[in-house]
Design a binder for this molecule. Structure first.
Ligand SMILES: *Cc1c(COP(=O)(O)O)cnc(C)c1O
Length: 368
């Protein structure tokens, strides 16, 4: 077995110094208060509101529960127009909430839902559009907003990849009725497990807030049905420990991405087109090969060298066994050819050079 230290995965969790985590945790221990919106959770909410420049945030236990809560509030057990190119949680949350996913294909360059195909998918049963700002690349939020207004639909964005992303000088989380994010250990900013919901108006803030806390209205009354989606103090402690490093994390990742952009052979390779007006967060580095055959060879060669990129996102979600399958020409094609390359704080140049050399060699051999 190879030395695990030497293996290069697609990402590595940013692990802060344990003493710093311990000193945050100690605050919770000293109070004997480990969950139920204690001082650490509230402090993290305030700090994230400042950092992200958003008027409202509700921290939760992971990034899937806020999707479920959003769909519970806005999906109406009916048809939800969605993207086939995302993590499985986007579709499974729709099915879990007794809604029906209606897939609309993606734009072949932006990789976000193709807004020009949304209207054709709307029926009298459509309640909602749930789209993903995939890899932190914003959907066409203006056009989606126009369509939603015209047809009286709600808009939810799965913004799991969007920590720090801004579009047209405001936070991406301010677009749509509800946006959700994940703070899973593999995401750019993390709390181990964790997530949050951003609601656009007070009414939705109120509903999502009580929904995430069993529906409570005080100790003995209830506003409505709810679930337990609360972030714990242990998670918030991790968030408060990681947050001071966020600029360092961002800088280190930018450097890795810029180096890939500089050195890979783009004559035989494509990359995601970031929408104009976006301050991107370099959260993933996907590359798109000419064919699945090339991708499979690249994966094979890299694996043999101890490098483990990931096929994000594969399969295209319209092919899941628990949805009605349909053809999605762009998403099916992109899914079969896209690969996320290793990207994390601490990925050194020597490793990156060897990854780049192996990929360039293979794609060059296919192009002649
Ligand atoms: C990570 C992710 C989720 C789920 O978030 P968790 O915190 O793991 O529950 C949902 N959607 C997308 C697009 C993701 O990448």
């Amino acid at each position: 077995m190879e030395d695990l230290e030497k293996l290069i995965p697609v990402t590595k969790t940013f692990v802060p110094p344990i003493e710093e985590y311990t000193s945050q945790i100690k605050r919770a221990f000293d109070k004997g208060w480990l969950t139920n919106r204690g001082a650490l959770t509230i402090e993290l909410e305030e700090k994230l509101k400042d950092y992200l420049e958003v008027p409202h945030i509700n921290l939760m236990a992971n990034g899937t529960l806020p999707l479920q809560i959003a769909l519970k509030l806005l999906g109406g057990n009916s048809e939800v127009i969605t993207t086939p190119f995302s993590y499985v949680a986007t579709t499974s949350a729709i099915v879990w909430e007794n809604c029906t996913p209606v897939f609309v294909d993606i734009h072949p360059e932006y990789l976000t839902i193709d807004e020009s195909k949304i209207e054709a998918a709307i029926t009298k049963n459509t309640t909602c559009i749930l789209a993903t700002h995939v890899f932190g690349n914003p959907c066409d939020v203006e056009e989606i907003n126009r369509i939603a207004k015209k047809h009286n639909l709600n808009v939810i964005y799965d913004a799991a990849h969007c920590f720090g992303v801004r579009y047209k000088d405001k936070s991406i989380f301010e677009y749509g009725d509800i946006s959700t994010i994940s703070f899973h250990a593999t995401k750019l900013f993390h709390t181990g497990e964790g997530g949050a919901l951003f609601a656009s108006d007070f009414n939705l803030q109120h509903k999502s807030y009580y929904s995430h806390n069993f529906g409570h209205n005080g100790a003995e009354n209830y506003f409505g049905v709810g679930i337990n989606a609360k972030m714990s103090e242990l998670q918030a402690a991790m968030g408060l420990t990681v947050l001071p490093y966020i600029n360092e994390i961002q800088k280190a990742r930018n450097k890795v991405v810029d180096y890939y952009i500089d050195k890979l052979n783009w004559n035989s390779l494509d990359r995601i087109k970031i929408r104009n007006g976006t301050e991107w967060n370099y959260s993933y580095f996907p590359v798109i090969f000419k064919s699945e055959e090339v991708l499979l060879e690249v994966v094979n060669v890299l694996n043999n060298e101890g490098v483990f990129p990931r096929r994000y996102f594969y399969p295209s979600l319209n092919n899941l066994q628990f949805v009605e399958n349909c053809l999605m020409v762009n998403s099916d094609s992109i899914s079969s050819r896209i690969l996320c390359l290793p990207l994390y704080v601490g990925l050194n140049k020597v490793s990156q050079d060897s990854i780049i050399k192996l990929i360039n060699n293979i794609i060059n051999s296919y192009s002649c």
